[in-house]
Ligand binder design. Structure first.
Ligand SMILES: Cc1cc2nc3c(=O)[nH]c(=O)nc-3n(C[C@H](O)[C@H](O)[C@H](O)COP(=O)(O)O)c2cc1C
Length: 210
């Protein structure tokens, strides 16, 4: 119940007050994103945390001039791999072996299966798959922010090509997927804060097959 209360409290803040979110809260929100499940456990994305005022100012005009970009405390940018490469796949499989301290034939066969499929696919298809995984972490960050009493604005309204340029993502084989400004709501400037949350009824969402 407590979780649902927090999810009802949260909303996509349209105005923030510029107050700083304590680093321990930010760390727990990022940890929730890190713990997100991903397809084959590949975690094909990174998170860029922007506190820098000048960079936020640069981003704002290519993000529909949304005030939360500059009035947030920390701007998270979820960036996904531009494609799956052998190195990237091997990195996660090797990391798993290192952390668990053993090699397993079934796991190694699974590695080979991924190596013989993903890298051969078109980069755009791979990026779209990687971006979907980034959204899972994004969603966990949204929930964690609500849990911490931190406001967040899920934000897709930006020009990804320009953001990629500002953040120098291309050279790193990354592309921006979605953003999450974190901060505190500024109620007096926010038209959404007192409006009732609208969601379709459960019957239009869920089909039970008994
Ligand atoms: C992927 C995604 C992208 C969104 N992009 C924006 C955005 O660019 N600007 C904005 O003000 N709200 C954005 N929203 C917020 C949605 O409009 C909002 O979550 C939805 O209307 C439900 O309202 P609530 O989050 O306040 O409950 C986005 C939400 C999601 C999940």
């Amino acid at each position: 119940m407590e979780l649902l209360d927090k999810l009802n409290w949260r909303y996509a803040a349209k105005a923030m007050n510029g107050e700083t979110v304590p680093e321990d809260k930010i760390e727990r929100i990022l940890e929730a994103a890190r713990l997100a499940p991903t397809s084959s456990g590949l975690q094909p994305f990174e998170i860029i945390v922007i506190k820098n005022k000048e960079i936020k100012e640069k981003i704002k005009p290519v993000a529909w001039n949304q005030s939360v970009i500059t009035d947030c405390s920390h701007l998270l940018v979820f960036v996904a791999w531009d494609t799956y490469t052998e190195d990237r796949i091997n990195y996660m499989f090797d990391l798993t072996n290192d952390i668990r301290g053993f090699k397993n034939e079934g796991w190694e066969n699974y590695r080979q299966m991924l190596l013989s499929s993903y890298p051969q696919k078109p980069a755009e298809e791979n990026f779209n798959h990687a971006a979907k995984q980034a959204y899972i972490a994004f969603s966990q960050a949204i929930i964690a922010a609500a849990f911490e009493g931190v406001d967040a604005t899920p934000l897709e309204g930006f020009d990804p090509a320009v953001i990629d340029e500002i953040l120098g993502l291309k050279e790193k084989g990354l592309r921006s997927a979605v953003m999450l400004p974190l901060g505190y709501r500024k109620e007096e400037n926010d038209w959404l804060v007192n409006l009732v949350k609208v969601r379709k009824p459960m019957k239009d969402l869920v089909t039970l097959i008994d």
